[in-house]
Ligand binder design. Structure first.
Ligand code: HEC
Ligand code: HEC
Ligand code: HEC
Ligand code: HEC
Ligand code: HEC
Length: 400
């Protein structure tokens, strides 16, 4: 009788722990934070700052949930239908269209939930790095509960095991069955293993499930260097040049419009200004003199010495070899703004990698961005080519 109760309890404990483990990993599925990061951070922060779109702090109080769901699914449809609130934001943001999203109602609700909790948690300014730090803390929390639950279950199991053995001994005693002799050393271990097969199997299952969940999470993070911001040989600030002095990206990264690589400007280009701007607001002459050293400029004599020393900028973005990414295709043909992929560069003291640069990131945007073919020289040329090639192929087929 007791045996059965005990068995049922064991099975219960096993099933329960499996459910708990699956639920904690399933919760990550419609995870508002992850969805927000994957889909929205290119254009929004949960704060007051405008990136491409407005800061979304407290946006859940500005609109009804239904309205938000419709907007996120397809804001353009709402603008076209003449929804007054939709038309108002659209015009306020110079008619920059927000991408439409193929997300389910539940997924959008979880994103809104994330915006709500972050708005309430964040005091005045919530910038992207803070949001990122918050996520790590939350992840840590969920694995902590996982560990606590498994520990409790193991302890429960051991206690039940003891109770059962104790009761068995009492029964044996009453029936006059002598207590088995306790073995020591290796033989003892063997007997213990034989007597505790269930416990060992249980532990094995728990360890392997927890191990694979953790392993999966670690694998999913490999090669993602989001927010990577290495120290640079010269403390060059985009915030100072772009944010304050309003220098256009293309002035320094002229390759972005015409070629695959955006390119890093040579010190010659810096000299267009720094022949005259000899002092900075933060580091005085210290950092700017490194430009002079690199290009071999003698400030006192106002002439080049001919002794150059290249600046070794540390590369921030590194796509894997197998991915082909072309800037001009995106900037000139696709009309995608630098900030969509590189974030609020005008606010960065130190350049950092803003987007995850994963294949999923590339694909998500390709899925969401309709290709504008009309009046686009690139596509006109492509279509001419296709026509020519089909004519060519037809004539080849005829010959065969
Ligand atoms: C490609 C850039 C882009 C992406 C990605 C994007 N948005 Fe937007 N969003 C905008 C722009 C631009 C606006 C301003 C309205 C307009 O011009 O259409 C906006 C407006 C909004 C508004 C209205 C804000 C207000 O204060 O009225 C909400 C809410 C919103 N977006 C939520 C989201 C959510 C949630 C996501 C992710 C699922 C997202 N957006 C992804 C560009 C984007
Ligand atoms: C005055 C010249 C200048 C302007 C203007 C400028 N940049 Fe830069 N940019 C640099 C220099 C120098 C570096 C290399 C040092 C660094 O990473 O901070 C750099 C680095 C970068 C990188 C990282 C490159 C890597 O190693 O992966 C990106 C991305 C970038 N810039 C984007 C932009 C965007 C977007 C704008 C416009 C909003 C812009 N830059 C405006 C000079 C400039
Ligand atoms: C569609 C997304 C996207 C847009 C738009 C975009 N970039 Fe990039 N950028 C990338 C990716 C991805 C890389 C990494 C490329 C690599 O490692 O080969 C990168 C790398 C860079 C680099 C590092 C050096 C290089 O040439 O690889 C600079 C500088 C840069 N981008 C500047 C710009 C500027 C300036 C603009 C706007 C004129 C811009 N980017 C627009 C995605 C984008
Ligand atoms: C179009 C003009 C222009 C170009 C090109 C330019 N800068 Fe600057 N730079 C400025 C201005 C303006 C300041 C700020 C001076 C001030 O506010 O006192 C500045 C300041 C600086 C400072 C001082 C920072 C500090 O706080 O002390 C550094 C370092 C610097 N630039 C590096 C570079 C480098 C490296 C390049 C080339 C990749 C470059 N700049 C290209 C205009 C330019
Ligand atoms: C913010 C949106 C966005 C992101 C992110 C993005 N792309 Fe694109 N991509 C576009 C647009 C828009 C076009 C231009 C329309 C077109 O040519 O299909 C394009 C075009 C392309 C093309 C050329 C297709 C052709 O017709 O020749 C390639 C290849 C490409 N992207 C690769 C990538 C890779 C690789 C990444 C990730 C590293 C990436 N893209 C990230 C928006 C994006």
């Amino acid at each position: 009788m007791l045996r059965y109760v005990y068995r049922i309890l064991t099975i219960n404990a096993l099933v329960l722990s499996l459910i708990v483990i699956f639920q904690t990993s399933a919760q990550a599925q419609p995870n508002g934070e992850a969805l927000f990061k994957a889909n929205c951070t290119a254009c929004h922060v949960v704060g007051d700052d405008v990136v491409v779109g407005p800061g979304l702090k407290n946006v859940h109080t500005k609109y009804k949930e239904d309205w938000l769901i419709k907007w996120i699914k397809n804001s353009q449809a709402m603008v076209k239908a003449g929804d007054p609130q939709a038309v108002k934001v659209y015009e306020q943001f110079n008619k920059v269209a927000m991408t439409s999203f193929n997300l389910s109602d539940d997924e959008i609700k979880s994103i809104i939930g994330y915006i709500k909790t972050t708005s309430e948690a964040a005091p005045a300014v919530a910038t992207t790095p803070e949001v990122a730090a918050g996520s790590e803390a939350k992840d840590g929390g969920s694995s902590l509960t996982l560990i606590l639950v498994t520990l409790t279950l193991i302890i429960l199991f051991v206690i039940l095991n003891r109770v059962q053995k104790g009761l068995q001994r009492v029964i044996n005693d009453r029936n006059g069955i002598p207590e088995p002799v306790k073995l020591k050393g290796k033989a003892g271990v063997k007997v213990w293993i034989r007597g505790n097969k269930k416990l060992i199997a249980f532990l094995f299952i728990v360890v392997s499930v927890v191990g694979s969940v953790a392993g999966w999470k670690a694998l999913a993070g490999i090669g993602i260097n989001q927010n990577y911001a290495p120290d640079q040989p010269i403390k060059f600030s985009h915030q100072l040049h772009v944010g304050q002095n309003k220098i256009d990206c293309r002035y320094c990264h002229s390759g972005a419009e015409k070629s695959k690589n955006a390119g890093i400007p040579s010190p010659n280009l810096c000299m267009n200004c720094h022949k005259y701007v000899k002092k900075g607001p933060k580091y005085g002459t210290e950092e700017i003199s490194k430009i002079y050293e690199a290009i071999g400029w003698d400030v006192d004599a106002q002439q080049y010495t001919g002794k150059t020393k290249p600046i070794k900028w540390v590369r921030v973005h590194n796509l894997p070899e197998l991915a082909y990414f072309n800037h001009s295709q995106h900037v000139t043909v696709g009309g995608v703004a630098c900030e969509t992929c590189h974030g609020p560069v005008g606010e960065m003291e130190v350049m950092k990698q803003f987007s995850p640069l994963t294949m999923g990131w590339c694909i998500q945007c390709h899925r969401d961005t309709p290709v504008k073919m009309e009046g686009n020289g690139y596509y006109n040329a492509v279509h001419e080519n296709i026509k020519k090639n089909t004519v060519l192929m037809r004539s080849l087929q005829l010959k065969n």
